[in-house]
Write a protein that binds this ligand. Structure first.
Ligand code: ADP
Length: 194
């Protein structure tokens, strides 16, 4: 099963993706985690994207598309993957379609975690307060505003694309982790049975 998890920063995509990894044996592909690993290891790619990521803007599409195209071809994605953080622009969504078709794969579910912006800000503030020294370079107030804006302007316009295909499933991301997870379970079970 191949799943996309959409949601604004702080919506809980990473948490739900980890639960899905455990429950369904899917592989979580978090583009944010991949970029942070490159940055931490100071690879050429990491050095190239650091300024962009730390500012809260989006890394160029060609870079992200190449990363994902390579990643979903790996053996650990054979029984399925959860895209967490990709696609984030219309160009990425279109290229994803092309690469899936080329690889003979398909999307089984596209899930959007909907969250109130006020609650998002509270959650991210809590994450910043807890993380101390381990704080992510992009977890601060101003950068968060840029990230939310990138979500609204560049990522939200993709949703109608999946909606038209009848693939977009909306989940209330303000519920508890368990309740959100149960809802996602219902969606995936229904897809499996179909
Ligand atoms: P968030 O907490 O906002 O969901 P992520 O951990 O998914 O953030 O991503 C962190 C940063 O990495 C983004 O703000 C962006 O700079 C970069 N990034 C991650 N995925 C993508 C992508 N698909 N396209 C462009 N930039 C990306």
């Amino acid at each position: 099963m191949n799943v996309i998890l959409f949601g604004p920063p702080g919506a809980g995509k990473g948490t739900q993706a980890k639960i899905l990894e455990q429950k369904y044996g899917l592989k979580q592909l978090s583009t944010g985690d991949m970029l942070r690993a490159e940055m931490a290891a100071a690879t050429p790619l990491g050095l190239k994207v650091k300024g962009i990521v730390d500012s809260g803007s989006l890394v160029p599409d060609d870079i992200m598309i190449a990363i994902i195209a390579e990643r979903i071809s790996q053996p650990d994605c054979k029984s399925g993957f959860i895209l967490d953080g990709f696609p984030r622009t219309e160009a990425q969504a279109q290229e994803l379609d092309v690469m899936l078709t080329q690889k003979g794969k398909k999307l089984d579910a596209v899930i959007l975690l909907e969250v109130d912006e006020k609650i998002l800000l509270d959650r991210i503030h809590a994450r910043i307060a807890q993380s101390g020294d381990a704080k992510r370079g992009d977890d601060d107030e101003e950068v968060l505003k840029t990230r939310l804006e990138a979500f609204r302007k560049q990522t939200a316009p993709i949703f109608p694309f999946y909606e038209r295909k009848g693939q977009l499933e909306k989940v209330n991301g303000m519920d508890s982790v368990e309740a959100v997870s149960a809802e996602i379970d219902n969606i995936l079970s229904a897809k499996k049975a179909a």
